[in-house]
Structures are given as structure tokens and as C-alpha cells.
Design a protein around this ligand. Structure first.
Ligand SMILES: [Zn+2]
Length: 233
């Protein structure tokens, strides 16, 4: 009997710590944002980089389109390729936090959860001098510790309103069609500039890069301009 009771208590704690925060943010859209805060503004965001092959090509395309974007970086990659992060900043893009490493946050204990969010932000601030106060958890999934930590450290969670499965190799025209179908005023578009994360197909970011000019055109044809993540929270 005591064994069952202990099991039930442990189960309830796990649900409260790992499960409820995911529902809270992803299903009920609480303690998180997924739209920009101004009409006529759309945010173009990239997760998982920087990557030494794809991110510089993406920066070239963004420059030719005259668009500023937000990069939710993995800090381990950012420290390995600091010149790419410095180029992002020099070209007017924003650097924000995706995590120290690409881990599944709901199962992390509070200390590692801190390192994924607040700790990662501090490293970016110390190394690159950026105020990285917007956090997008890896796979968009957080835990109870995340929900307590972010407001206490003046950080905000930004998810997305447009996700198109671009981590799988997909024809650029198909990516454009999917983005256009889901595009709305104040949309936050998430794409990926790395294929290192679990579940990503090798080479997928090349097709994302090829789709960018038409995605930018689609946003402008709706009469929208581009916003950075810090302008969404
Ligand atoms: Zn990711």
C-alpha cells in the first residue's frame, strides 16, 4: 500500500514538473508569447545554430533581402563559432537563447534547467555583450523550474505561430507554400539553420536558405515588415 502511495506521489510530482508546464505554454499559451506585439510586424527566427556551413550562407541571403532576423542559438555552438555570432550582430540581427545544449528540458533538474536558460543568457552576455533576455526552449518544451526562473531573471519565452517542418529536407517551393498558408499578421516564423539537432535531416537548412527570398516577399506582399524577438515580448 505504501509502495503504491509513494508511486502515486512521484507520478503526480513528475506530471506537475514535466507535463503541466508544456501544456501551460504550448496548449494554453500562458507564460509565453507566439506573436509579435505590433500589427504589421512579423518576426523571422532561426533555431539551433550557428552552423559553420549554413549560417553564413543564410546571413548572405538575409543581407541581400534587407531583412533582420533573430537567431535563437545553442551556446555551445556560439562559443565554437564566435565569428558567426559577431557577424550576426554586426549585420543587425538579434542573438537570443535556445539553450546551452540541445537538450529536452522537461526532464532536466532545476540546476540544468537554469543552465539552459538563465545561465546560457549570462554566457552570451559575457562573451558577446548582448542582452539575451528572450528564451525559446529546445523543442518548445519547458518544465516547472523554467516557469519560475524566467520572470525572476527578467527573461521572456517566445515560441512561434508558424512552424513548417523544415528540419526535414523539403523542396523550397513547398516550404514557401507552407509558410504562406500559415502566415498571419504578427506571426512569428520559426526555421532552422542547423541540421545537428536530434531529428533533423542532413542538408535540410540548404533548402530553407533557398526559400528565404520568397518567404520575405510573401511577408512584404501582406504589407508586413520584420520585427526582432526583443520587440515581441
Ligand atoms: Zn531547436
Amino acid at each position: 500500500m505504501i509502495g503504491w502511495l509513494v508511486g502515486l506521489i512521484v507520478f503526480c510530482i513528475l506530471v506537475a514538473y514535466c507535463g503541466v508546464p508544456v501544456l501551460w505554454t504550448r496548449v494554453f499559451h500562458l507564460s509565453s508569447r507566439r506573436y509579435t506585439n505590433k500589427p504589421g510586424k512579423v518576426a523571422l527566427t532561426f533555431d539551433d545554430g550557428p552552423h559553420p556551413e549554413y549560417t553564413p550562407q543564410l546571413l548572405d541571403v538575409l543581407k541581400s533581402c534587407g531583412v533582420r532576423a533573430t537567431f535563437f542559438v545553442i551556446v555551445d555552438h556560439a562559443l565554437k563559432y564566435p565569428e558567426i555570432v559577431e557577424r550576426m550582430m554586426a549585420e543587425g540581427h538579434e542573438v537570443q537563447v535556445h539553450g546551452e545544449r540541445h537538450l529536452f528540458v522537461p526532464f532536466l533538474h532545476p540546476v540544468l534547467t537554469y543552465r539552459q536558460s538563465v545561465g546560457a543568457s549570462r554566457i552570451l552576455q559575457q562573451r558577446f555583450g548582448v542582452l539575451a533576455n528572450v528564451y525559446r526552449p529546445t523543442w518548445g518544451a519547458c518544465n516547472l523550474a523554467t516557469l519560475f526562473l524566467l520572470p525572476r531573471h527578467d527573461m521572456h519565452m517566445l515560441l512561434w505561430s508558424v512552424m513548417v517542418g523544415d528540419w526535414r529536407r523539403t523542396e523550397p517551393g513547398e516550404l514557401v507554400r507552407r509558410v504562406t498558408d500559415k502566415l498571419s499578421d504578427r506571426a512569428v516564423i520559426v526555421l532552422h539553420d542547423s541540421d545537428w539537432s536530434y531529428g533533423a535531416e542532413r542538408g535540410a537548412p540548404l533548402q530553407v536558405i533557398a526559400a528565404i527570398p520568397e518567404i520575405v516577399q510573401a511577408v512584404r506582399e501582406r504589407g508586413c515588415d520584420f520585427a526582432l524577438a526583443s520587440e515581441c515580448v
